[in-house]
Design a protein around this ligand. Sequence first.
Ligand SMILES: NC(=O)c1ccc[n+]([C@@H]2O[C@H](COP(=O)([O-])OP(=O)(O)OC[C@H]3O[C@@H](n4cnc5c(N)ncnc54)[C@H](OP(=O)(O)O)[C@@H]3O)[C@@H](O)[C@H]2O)c1
Length: 255
Amino acid sequence: MATALVTGGTSGIGAAFARALAARGDDLVLVARKAVRLEEAAAELRSRHGVTVEVLSADLGNRADVERVAERLQSREAPVDLLVNNAGFGIKEALTSPDLSSYDEGIDVMVRAVMVLAGAAGEVMRDRGHGAIVNVGSTAGYATMGGYSALKAWVSVYSESLAVELRDSGVTVTVLAPGWVRTEFHERANIGTSKIPDFMWLDADELVAECLRDVARGKVISIPSRRYQALIFLARHAPRSLVRRASVLLSSGRH
Ligand SMILES: NC(=O)c1ccc[n+]([C@@H]2O[C@H](COP(=O)([O-])OP(=O)(O)OC[C@H]3O[C@@H](n4cnc5c(N)ncnc54)[C@H](OP(=O)(O)O)[C@@H]3O)[C@@H](O)[C@H]2O)c1
């Protein structure tokens, strides 16, 4: 019997992870800020799949809360076998804005918390000789669409580095790079989506199913769907000037 801890497990991609993991019989620890929503999500998963679901209300922008989640990950009595570092949000604030507070929060939640939680999980999983860590990055990390791209590029390089550190330990590290997925992400960040063509949208459940297959294979970089695999291949091999020009076009559709 395995246990998975999913941050941001109450909505969008995190909720899709929670559904898929519960459906295969994993017990869960769900982490997010809103306690009522956590309880509702947990009750639904328990009744539908008969698994044990713990909830941990925590703001991953708060260091003491991150510490509580790290302690849960390091529990020896109730071990966590899979960490999904998924919580995050979009930021479209200009990098020259006089108010960069959304980036402070973004760095805390999508960089610092990811590093502290994956580090805590990696340490205890390595001692145990098995485990898996998934960090949710973004295809935006391969583009130059503001500070959000930079944060997600960090998640990608960090995850590969952690995979190198944990090689041959029995612990796998996978960075998931989703393309556009219809979740609360865009509305929460006030990002316009009307110009995104239909064929660019991915289904959260399919995205997660493909990612979990990659995790089972020990794949370090998971890019679900052939169309995003092709796009990222181009982004990695095209001249950076072309990537920057494409990023201008993509960014202009977000307002
Ligand atoms: N949707 C996309 O197109 C897309 C594309 C690429 C990458 N991603 C990445 O996918 C991940 C999940 O995004 P999503 O699209 O599923 O967004 P979402 O539907 O808005 O869900 C975000 C989840 O994260 C939690 N969360 C947000 N801030 C938090 C904080 N400070 N502390 C703890 N939990 C927090 C939310 O719960 P509470 O509000 O209750 O805390 C919620 O459960 C993010 O890392 C995002 O950057 C999304």
